[in-house]
Every structure is written in C-alpha cells, then in structure tokens.
Design a protein around this ligand. Structure first.
Ligand SMILES: *[C@@H]1O[C@H](CO)[C@@H](O)[C@H](O)[C@H]1NC(C)=O
Ligand SMILES: CC(=O)N[C@H]1CO[C@H](CO)[C@@H](O)[C@@H]1O
Length: 542
C-alpha cells in the first residue's frame, strides 16, 4: 500500500552506527534492541518504594561530574559520546519528563503505521528493513540509578526523571532543582529542547477550544491523539511543515478505514512550502491529497470558536471549517528558561541559547539540540530542529566536554519520504525563499527510498555516512542535464543559493550520495554552471 511518511530525521544512528556501550549491561545492547519480548517501559526514578511500602526520597548525588539538563536525543547522544571518550564517566541526566530518553520522529510517523493494536503501550515500530525496535534508545537496564552514581566504580549514565532544573549558579558550578535540591557539576550540558507553539488566537479562545486542541511533541501527545482520532469524526491539522504533513498523512490513512475526516490547512501555497520550491511543493500537495487529506492552502486562521461540541474555524478569506479537534503544528519555541539565572544570551533572530562553533556557551557550559543557536562556520548562525542535528550536536558537545576541541562543521541532514516510491534527503539551508536551481532526470524503478534501503540492507538510507566518508566526486560524461518533462520530477538535485554559493541541497529520489552534497557545501565555492555540479551526482547514469 502507498503510504506517506515525512520523516524529518534519521531514526537510528544512536544504536546501530556506533559500537554498543562497553560496560553498562550484561547483554550487548544490540541484542536487547531486537529481543521481541522486551518492552522498554519508562522507569520513574524520582522515588522508589521499600519492601514495607514506605516511600522514601532518594539520596541524590550532591555532585555530578557531567550534568545534562534535558532528557531528549541531544542529551542521550552527549551521554554516549562522553562515555565513549571517558569510559569511567559519571553522567547524570535531569529531565522533567517521566520517560527515559527516546527518539521523537516515530511518534509522528512509523508508530501510526503499526499493525499492532497495542502500539500505544509497546511504542515499538517497524523500520524500513522490517526489523522492529523500541522508541527508547536503551532499556532501563542500560542506566544506573541516580543514588548509585557516586559509588559506581565504572561510572554510568543515570536519569533523574520528573525533576526540573530551575536555577543555575554558574560561578558556583551548581544547579537548583524544582524541589530545592542542589547538584554541583564539573561540566554541564543544556539540552532543554523546546515547547510546541500554539496559535495565540486558540490560546485566547477559551477552555472549550483548548480542550479540543493537541500540541504534539511527547509520548503522551501521541497516545492522546491516537485516542482522539478513534473517537471523533473530523480532525484539522494547522501547519504545513514536516510535523503537520506527517500527521496529516498518518491520520489520512486512517480516514480510509474509519471514515475520519482529515483536514490540513496552512498559509503557504503547498505542503512544505517553506522548504520546497513551489513546483515541488505543489506536486507534494497532490500526493498528500491522494492520501485522503483535504488540504486547504493559503489558509490564515481568523478565529476559532466552540459550538455544540464542535469547533468552527473561520479563515481570513471567509472560508469556514467545522471540525471536532485541532492539532496545532506551528513550530517550536526553544526552551530558554535558564538564560537569566545562567547569564546566557538568547539569539534575537533564531531563538535559543547562543553558542560558539564548539557549542560552548560559557566555560563548563555547553548547549545542544533544538535549544542551541550555534555558529556554523560554513553557513553562519543557525538553529536546527531536526533529529539528526540533535544527534550530531549532542555528540559534538559531549566530545568537547571531554576535552576534544572540535568545531562544529558536520552538517546534519534530514530525510523525508512520500511513501516507498518518493523520498528526499536534504542538507544545509533549504529555505524556499532562496533562489533554487533544480536539475531533474527520469527515474527508474531503482530510484525509490524502498529500493535504496533494500540495497543497503539497513533500515535507513544514509546511516553509514559520517564526516569521514566525503569522497572526491568524479563528474560523469553524460549529456547536459535538463528537465525532460516539467511534470516528471522523477529524480533530481535541487540547489539552494545564497550569494551565488550553494548553501543547501535536496537530493530528490537520489540516494546514498549525501557525502557529495556535504562536500559541495563544505567547499563553499561559487559555481558558474550548476548543471555541471549536478553531474557529480550521476543522475543520468542509471
Ligand atoms: C502551484 O499551485 C498554485 C495553485 O494552488 C498555482 O497558482 C501555481 O501557479 C502553482 N505553481 C507552480 C510553479 O506550478
Ligand atoms: C574541554 C575542551 O576541550 N573544551 C574545548 C571546547 O572548544 C573550545 C573552543 O571554543 C576550546 O577552547 C575548549 O578547550
């Protein structure tokens, strides 16, 4: 069956592209990942119950050599790279979420396509290669308990759940938690991610509207939207970016089974209009419509009201939509709550904590993931909200925290699929407001995401690429490429330009060539003829 996944990210590099951790558990972690009987339930480590059932408070460590604030992907990636470079390291992750670190992308894609009716409990999903895994990076046995951190001979990673860091004393190298506990540190990472935005007019529309609105980010949001979508007749997604389009397609597929009406509305002219040039955005919109989604483009919401248990959405151009539930997928607000007490600068253009190319904010303090506004030595100041960026920035911060002085230059990438037949990979600044040059060729049956993963034998396409694999590409002698047919975007390369220099590249149904794209961006040269550059990707070859 055709299905449509906008995958904003790689979902696996943390487990399969690196060796399993050496000491933390008796079994190698890889075998645990594929053990079909284990279900990685979150552990709540904030309190535990003794045999006589008297709840006691934990004796938390007063000091953590490595303190990581936030329990998401960037934090977990940092913990891993710290442990890899400093095998005895004691790492404490403090997170206000109740869960152990997990990956977010499957919450808006693979989990929706699971055949398992219990998927909201198991949180396991099938990768492209058919193998199943949990969204949790590691099972509970990987971690040690916070109260055991002090005495752990080989160190380890501990997660303190349901606690929030509310204050940083930078001079004293310590933080205060929401229950007034103080923990001192040697090195600290802030990886606090962000909070989904809402439309102000929904926030102001009152409790009845808010009750029928989902902001999507966490495991709980997946569970509640799953439930809502089984109990209502109509869901409207506001937002045309990755998250909105992913969820529209996921729910759209359900519409064919259950008669659920799925509406998606956004101000742009087409899906992913902020990323794709207009002709491709238009083409993508048609794909989404075929998934059973009623797409309303150029839709600006004027008001939302609740009447007789239904929501009425009025648009500025007079259109009116009646629906049961709203999903607002209108972006992320980076969480910079600690800026004031920590004396950290928040970037006024991009939001997030300003850090240098090594992701350092101040001495002993680093920032990674969605909350970091970093200096990209190639492309300038940026903030990136993709999973792969959380992985590479967390890893880099961890390396720098353990003493490697390594500037951030590894461009994170992301990929997105429109089902098994169409997919793309992107790197750098892909912003449709930049001038673009697209070079297309006819696709063959081999040029599909499914074929690409089957050939590589992995669940994901670019998993093997690392910063070391950038090869010198060889230009092919094929004739000058040009779009043979304007409507046939079979496969191709789209260049995004700033001051005549390529700052972003989308590989459209062209797979396993990301190292070439990476090198072009790294070189940062002006190119007189991008058709010549496109030849490096050999799109006419096979
Ligand atoms: C995209 O679609 C809109 C209609 O929704 C149309 O006005 C516009 O011309 C299309 N653009 C391109 C480049 O095909
Ligand atoms: C601990 C460590 O190696 N830190 C380095 C991180 O990167 C900066 C460069 O900005 C170096 O000055 C630090 O020594």
């Amino acid at each position: 069956t055709f299905f449509c996944i906008f995958a904003a990210a790689l979902t696996e590099p943390l487990v399969s592209s690196e060796p399993p951790p050496a000491v933390e558990s008796g079994k190698p972690s890889v075998s645990l990942m594929h053990d079909s009987t284990d279900i990685f339930q979150p552990q709540i480590l904030g309190a535990y119950v003794l045999a006589d059932s008297t709840p006691v408070s934990l004796k938390l460590p007063a000091h953590a050599p490595y303190l990581l604030i936030g329990g998401g992907t960037a934090s977990f990636a940092a913990a891993r790279s710290i442990r890899a470079r400093d095998p005895g390291a004691k790492v404490l992750i403090v997170t206000d979420e109740p869960d152990l670190p997990y990956m977010r992308p499957p919450l808006s894609k693979e989990l929706w396509f699971s055949d398992d009716p219990a998927v909201t409990d198991t949180l396991r999903f099938k990768q492209w290669n058919g193998k199943e895994r949990s969204i949790y990076f590691q099972p509970p046995s990987f971690y040690i308990r916070p109260e055991d951190l002090d005495g752990a001979e080989n160190g380890g990673v501990a997660v303190l759940n349901n606690r929030k860091v509310v204050y940083m004393d930078v001079r004293g190298n310590k933080v205060k938690l929401d229950d007034d506990t103080e923990i001192s540190y040697d090195k600290c990472l802030i990886a606090t991610g962000g909070i989904p935005r809402n439309l102000q007019l929904i926030e102001r529309a009152g409790e009845e509207v808010m009750k029928r609105t989902t902001l999507f980010r966490k495991i709980e949001d997946f569970k509640s939207l799953d439930k809502v979508s089984r109990n209502v007749k109509s869901v409207t997604i506001i937002g045309g970016g990755f998250l909105g389009s992913e969820l529209a397609c996921a729910l759209g597929r359900r519409s064919t089974e259950s008669g659920l009406e799925v509406i998606q509305m956004f101000p742009e002219k087409g899906n992913m209009g902020k990323v794709l040039p207009e002709y491709l955005s238009n083409w993508t919109t048609e794909k989404v419509k075929k998934e059973g989604v009623k797409v309303l483009t150029e839709a600006l919401v004027k008001s939302v009201t609740c009447k007789d248990d239904q929501l009425e959405i009025k648009l500025k151009d007079g259109r009116v939509v009646t629906t049961d539930h709203i999903v607002a997928a209108v972006g992320l607000e980076p969480n910079v709550d600690l800026a004031k007490s920590a004396g950290l600068e928040v970037d006024s253009d991009f939001g997030g904590y300003r850090v240098n190319a090594e992701l350092q904010a101040r001495s002993n303090i680093w920032v990674a993931g969605d909350a970091a506004c970093f200096y990209d030595i190639r492309l300038g100041r940026r903030r990136v909200e993709h999973h792969d960026h959380a992985v590479v920035s967390g890893r880099l911060a961890g390396e720098n925290m353990t003493g490697a002085s390594k500037p951030y230059w590894h461009q994170s990438m992301f990929w997105s699929d429109l089902g098994p037949d169409v997919g793309y990979e992107a790197i750098g600044i892909v912003d449709s407001s930049l001038p673009t040059v697209g070079v297309f060729a006819k696709a063959t049956a081999k040029d599909t995401p499914k074929a690409a993963t089957e050939m590589s034998g992995t669940g994901i396409r670019s998993e093997s690429e690392t910063e070391d694999t950038a090869v010198s590409p060889v230009a092919s002698d094929t004739p000058s490429p040009a779009a043979e047919n304007k409507d046939d975007f079979g496969k191709g390369v789209i260049f995004y330009l700033r001051d005549k220099v390529v700052v972003g590249i989308i590989l459209w149904n062209v797979f396993n060539r990301m190292p070439i794209a990476r090198k072009i961006i790294k070189d940062g040269e002006e190119h007189a003829d991008l058709n010549e550059v496109a030849k490096l990707f050999n799109i006419h070859e096979d």
